[in-house]
Design a protein around this ligand. Sequence first.
Ligand code: AMP
Length: 370
Amino acid sequence: MVLPGATIGVLGSGQLGRMFAISARRMGYRVHTFSPDEDTPTGQVADLEINAAYDDLDAVRKFASGVSVVTFEFENVPGATAEAAAACAPVRPAGDVLHVTQHRLREKTFLAKHGFPVTEFHAVRSEAALRQAWHGPSILKSAGFGYDGKGQFTIRNVDEIGDAWKHMRQEAVLESMVDFECEFSVVAARTEDGNFIHYEPSRNNHVRGILDICSSPAALPPNVVRDAVAMTRSLLESLCVVGVLCVEFFLTRTGKILVNELAPRPHNSGHLTIDACITSQFEQQLRAVCGLPLGSPRMFRPAAMANLLGDLWDGGEPDWRAACSLPAAKLHLYGKLAARPGRKMGHLTATADTPGEAETLVRRARASLL
Ligand code: AMP
């Protein structure tokens, strides 16, 4: 067991690491973060920020030797990096969870092989293969290094195939387009001895492939919640996850559940757990990777979260005072030095008597920034 006072290592240095580090420091841990960048969201609140390339394995080993356990906030850390760290300290979740989830084709193949329902998909490595696999409205997604809708091209008709491949030119997955009723996700945590908790599902709205607003509880039929939670539990078990994992789902118009994607770490749709639950997803990650008992995931009140993307800075600094003048809204900023369109700079959370009211409030708070 890794107890308060010990040092935790975080591979990656973005906002997920920052919110993890805030939880860890509150509970008396020290945090070292490792990434190629300087003055990062995580580095600003960590005890130590180490700047080195992920493939500088000597630096990785030195970093891991100085901590009691290593976790990550960025699942595109190379496999060799996780392996080098694992030679010096426990890495949780283990490197093989990263291996599966950082590559769409491996992830989809794993899901299908283990009987989880997924969208029909084909591996595509050339334009000819793409033409052969395409049978109707689809999305072409790069197999590696994709997030927030990056590396994705919608192909609605046959004339769009050539252009989509021109932009892709790498191993990809062709997925049929799902006519969904809604998207939702379940964030869950598991300890080494198999204890499991899950949060209330959250209902997620994406704009241009990026999460925009989510609300929780998700107001889904009880059988959908039951089946999604059962799938989530069985996924954490089959991957032997020690830590937090989020499963993103589609609910189709015919009432079917499909697994869209896995994230082996706290997730954007779980940020509202900081302000709305007894134990946040970040504290849960800390507890799981340290071998502590998990905390209660119970929600105090329905909540909604709105992302603040760099686009909000187009007309200058947003009006923070206006957002803070709504007493039920909570502002979270990640300390990123430059605002760019589509870049996640922060989020707002609101709580209310119903998820719908929380969503109205959080939308109002975000609109007041402009
Ligand atoms: P992903 O990075 O795979 O999670 O995709 C980002 C977003 O694009 C999803 O949250 C959906 O809103 C949309 N999307 C992805 N795949 C599909 C699909 N097969 N059918 C319909 N929409 C999709």
